[in-house]
Design a binder for this molecule. Structure first.
Ligand SMILES: *[C@@H]1O[C@H](CO)[C@@H](O)[C@H](O)[C@H]1NC(C)=O
Ligand SMILES: *[C@@H]1O[C@H](CO)[C@@H](O)[C@H](O)[C@H]1NC(C)=O
Ligand SMILES: *[C@@H]1O[C@H](CO)[C@@H](O)[C@H](O)[C@H]1NC(C)=O
Ligand SMILES: *[C@@H]1O[C@H](CO)[C@@H](O)[C@H](O)[C@H]1NC(C)=O
Ligand SMILES: *[C@@H]1O[C@H](CO)[C@@H](O)[C@H](O)[C@H]1NC(C)=O
Ligand SMILES: *[C@@H]1O[C@H](CO)[C@@H](O)[C@H](O)[C@H]1NC(C)=O
Ligand SMILES: *[C@@H]1O[C@H](CO)[C@@H](O)[C@H](O)[C@H]1NC(C)=O
Ligand SMILES: *[C@@H]1O[C@H](CO)[C@@H](O)[C@H](O)[C@H]1NC(C)=O
Ligand SMILES: *[C@@H]1O[C@H](CO)[C@@H](O)[C@H](O)[C@H]1NC(C)=O
Ligand SMILES: *[C@H]1O[C@H](CO)[C@@H](O)[C@H](O)[C@H]1NC(C)=O
Ligand SMILES: [Cu+2]
Length: 764
């Protein structure tokens, strides 16, 4: 359960705020169009956007602006909370940080979706920061039901937060470890230790028609580190502890200064900015590269239906609901295939980037990115680049610091050709080929230096794939004595090694909620058969079951010899085989869980990243693998995933699979200036397994059979599909980049829905 409160053990600066991007440079002016028009939706998708009506209301849909405002004003009316409007607040006030939906409990949800049950009440969860007390703390409160009436109540649900906002405006930026370290002194008192490093601000570059700051600060560490004791709220009590340079530790600035001035002192190369950190085109033109490249068009119009209000999508035999949260961004609910629910919930839980190094800052960096949030940084996708020009765009909203923000096109939905057929076969007399068409739902979040692209792909054979890709700037290290932790990739630079582990939740419901995780293991065996003399060395299949949560933590088997399948044993097919969905890694393969065991930084907050995947019994009280505020005290997390595993039966129960995507990232020169999606990606497929009696992609019209006889085509079958013909009107898919626009913000307290304003600061 998440019902504790944590006192704030550290207060980093004089500013209290919701978590900000970990790299302060993201807040400095970045790229700006030189000319700005009023934002418009210039891609004409209305031309062919079939709509539909969801069978039920989307009960997971994000809070509306009105609902968030209602909750906020309700909380402000509670005198015991003593809240101050965020706009008027200082560090010694109580404020509201984030307001989000508390998803309904599953039994209530299923009662509504599948039966005659009432629509579950809507409840909100609000993160409050109590700054008015000597010992500041943060806590989550449950508020509801909404809309607010005299019957609405509020009660504490969780925990704590604070954040730093330094705005240095000279050559160097200073920031460091995350999470902070908690160390005990001889008397057993807790001390909060911070290590910070110096990073150089990239210089502003004057280009032809304006100036630009490339965001390459994380490529410019200077190799100088400082250590502080920042225990307590009174910053006059904070202490400087030491300086580190070139792997030498000095306990005073004077010691360091005199060492620096001595003749035999080794001074390492500083990292300077320049063209090498810039992402613009460099080098000579490639052959024919300035010609317009191939692009996707949608000649027959959009082939899926959307209920925009309910964020409900129907494509081929799939239907699902979408929602969006501040912590984890896009989520999918109630994914049905051929009218049957397969998955109740699918979405990100947490994303770890765990570094190592010979310096305290890299060694102490273990980001848990939901702290910063994927919602706030799910910026508008760029038509024609991030998504096809014809993609269907959904706005996404979140409510933080008493502001409701909407990202235009935070989620895109589009069909596309995979570039390879899904099926083919040719013989002497015919060839049969089926197009590989998929539906993708995409959201991209730039959390500090990294850009995470999340895709959910749906295929004609009933497969669903989850993919994450990373691009953007690496967080690098200073090269001095760092060989063991990365490659030397630029003058004074090490490509700091790190592991990415992104945990996802899949709540499978295969033909009902009673499911079992089985493993059909392919094993070598020596066997006797009646029909052969002696023994045969061969292989066979061994059927196993994961019986209870003691066996619930698992790794992918060597050589992929274990097939991992979620089945409903009570629903065998007509041949007696249990119907199910198989889960297996689909791309990347460069690592699925953390290398570091018993991380000194993440302590008890990392249980979901020690193995490749997990299965546990689903509970309303085990809603999430992590909590965004675990970062504050990793020894005492608000959600400790390990506690989910307490031996409960897993045979024919409501199961949740928790799987990790990720990679072991040892950046090399090819990561400069940015990491590229082609290698930095990881995926998992969920695919029907004895679920239907044949391959459902045979249903599609998008296939052809060509019969031939002695070299001549005798018959052509196209099954109702048509070739695209006529002219493509490219103006239908043209887009004016000057219309690219940032968030739309609505102030919540006092509520002013009539006067939204553009918060262009949020465009990267
Ligand atoms: C969008 O396309 C439709 C159908 O082609 C057309 O009727 C409509 O005028 C277009 N809208 C805009 C804004 O161009
Ligand atoms: C309420 O908060 C204010 C600061 O916003 C503080 O000065 C005051 O003491 C608080 N009142 C109570 C009763 O805690
Ligand atoms: C809520 O209570 C107040 C005072 O008790 C009353 O005036 C008001 O009508 C009630 N509102 C509703 C919606 O019942
Ligand atoms: C700079 O502005 C001029 C005049 O508006 C324009 O012709 C030129 O293409 C621009 N250059 C770049 C690099 O945008
Ligand atoms: C998305 O947000 C933009 C900006 O507020 C708005 O103009 C547009 O109508 C929204 N689209 C939908 C489908 O709500
Ligand atoms: C699930 O299995 C339990 C017994 O293990 C049974 O009582 C329950 O009715 C089953 N639920 C469904 C939805 O079939
Ligand atoms: C999975 O891998 C982890 C880390 O390498 C290891 O500690 C654990 O024993 C493995 N577990 C299983 C069930 O193979
Ligand atoms: C994890 O590390 C801590 C600190 O080094 C140690 O006290 C603890 O015993 C370790 N736990 C395990 C399970 O190895
Ligand atoms: C939902 O489940 C939680 C945890 O079991 C429980 O505390 C809460 O009361 C439930 N909410 C409702 C509305 O039943
Ligand atoms: C930072 O830059 C601003 C504007 O360029 C200038 O006004 C200010 O003095 C500078 N501050 C420092 C500490 O250099
Ligand atoms: Cu990386």
């Amino acid at each position: 359960m998440w019902s504790s409160t944590l006192p704030l053990l550290a207060l980093l600066s004089t500013t209290l705020a919701i978590p900000q991007p970990k790299i302060s440079s993201i807040r400095r002016p970045g790229w700006r169009p030189n000319r700005r028009q009023l934002p418009t939706d210039s891609v004409n998708t209305t031309s062919s956007s079939p709509s539909t009506t969801a069978p039920k209301n989307n009960i997971w849909i994000s809070l509306t602006n009105d609902e968030a405002a209602d909750v906020i004003s309700f909380l402000h009316s509670r005198e015991d909370l003593n809240l101050t409007a965020v706009d008027d607040a200082g560090e010694w006030d109580n404020t509201i940080m984030v307001v989000d939906l508390l998803p309904p409990n599953k039994t209530d949800a299923l009662g509504y979706l599948d039966g005659q049950g009432d629509k579950p009440e809507r409840w909100a969860v609000a993160s409050l920061l109590f700054g008015a007390t000597e010992e500041p703390y943060a806590q989550d409160w449950v508020v509801g039901p909404i809309p607010i009436t005299n019957d609405s109540t509020y009660y504490p649900y969780t925990f704590a937060t604070i954040e730093t906002e330094d705005d240095l405006n000279d050559t160097f930026d200073i920031w460091g470890i995350d999470p902070l370290w908690h160390e005990k002194d001889e008397d057993g008192n807790d001390h909060v230790i911070d290590w910070v490093g110096f990073w150089r601000y990239p210089a502003t570059r004057q280009m032809n028609n304006g100036s630009i700051n490339f965001d390459g600060e994380t490529l410019l560490p200077q190799g100088l580190y400082m250590q502080f004791d920042i225990t307590g709220r009174d910053n006059s009590q904070w202490k400087f502890l030491g300086v580190l340079y070139g792997d030498e530790y000095y306990t005073s600035i004077d010691d360091f200064r005199s060492a620096w001035q001595s003749s035999d002192f080794k001074k390492y190369t500083p990292n300077m900015g320049g063209e090498w950190i810039e992402t613009d085109k460099t080098g000579k033109d490639l052959p024919l590269d300035t010609e317009v490249p191939p692009m996707s068009v949608q000649p027959g119009g959009q082939r899926f239906k959307v209920d925009e209000e309910n964020k409900y999508v129907e494509w081929m035999d799939f239907t699902f609901y979408l929602t969006f949260t501040r912590d984890t961004g896009m989520r999918l609910y109630d994914i049905k295939y051929k009218g049957q629910r397969i998955i109740y919930e699918l979405g990100l839980q947490e994303a770890i980037a765990h570094y190592a190094g010979n310096d305290p800052v890299q060694s102490g960096t273990s980001y848990m990115d939901t702290f910063y949030g994927f919602g706030p940084y799910a910026f508008s996708q760029v038509p024609g680049y991030d998504m096809p020009l014809y993609a269907y765009c959904m706005n996404t909203s979140f409510h933080a610091s008493e502001l409701s923000k909407s990202h235009r096109c935070g989620i895109s939905v589009f069909e596309h050709d995979l570039g390879h057929p899904i099926q083919r076969h040719s013989t002497q007399t015919y060839v049969s080929v089926t197009k590989g068409i998929a539906l993708t739902v995409r959201s991209i979040s730039t959390v500090g230096n990294y850009d995470y692209n999340f895709d959910y792909n749906f295929f004609m054979d009933g497969t669903i794939e989850t993919v994450v890709r990373a691009s953007g700037y690496i967080q690098s290290a200073y090269y001095a004595k760092n060989d063991e932790y990365g490659y030397h990739i630029h003058d004074g630079l090490s490509g700091s090694m790190h592991d990415h582990a992104l945990n996802f939740k899949i709540d499978f419901d295969i033909l009902g909620t009673n499911n079992t995780l089985v493993k059909h293991v392919i094993e070598p065996v020596e066997k006797e058969y009646k029909w052969r003399k002696g023994t045969s060395n061969t292989m066979h299949m061994v059927r196993k079951e994961v019986a209870n949560e003691d066996e619930g933590k698992m790794n992918w088997s060597a050589n992929a010899q274990e097939q991992v399948i979620v089945v409903n044993k009570d629903a065998p097919n007509k041949y007696g085989e249990p119907r199910g969905y198989k889960i297996m890694p689909s791309r990347g393969g460069a690592g699925m869980h953390l290398t570091i065991t018993n991380s000194s930084n993440l302590l008890n907050s990392v249980g979901f990243a020690t193995h490749a995947y997990y299965v546990s019994k689903r509970k309303d009280s085990e809603l999430k693998a992590a909590n965004a505020w675990n970062d504050y005290d990793t020894a005492n997390p608000l959600v400790n995933f390990d506690k989910f595993f307490d031996g409960e039966n897993l045979v024919q129960e409501d199961l949740v699979l928790w799987f990790n995507l990720g990679m072991h990232h040892v950046p090399h020169t090819g990561d400069l200036p940015n990491t590229v999606f082609s290698t930095a990606q990881s995926g998992m497929v969920l695919t029907p397994h004895n679920y239907l009696l044949n391959d459902p992609s045979r249903q599609t019209s998008q296939q052809i059979r060509i019969d031939y006889d002695e070299g001549d085509v005798s018959d052509v079958y196209t099954f109702g599909s048509e070739q695209a013909f006529g002219e493509i009107d490219l103006s239908q898919v043209s887009w004016d980049p000057y219309t690219y626009a940032g968030d739309v913000a609505v102030r919540k307290f006092p509520y002013d829905p009539q006067n939204p304003f553009d918060d262009t600061e949020s465009i990267v």
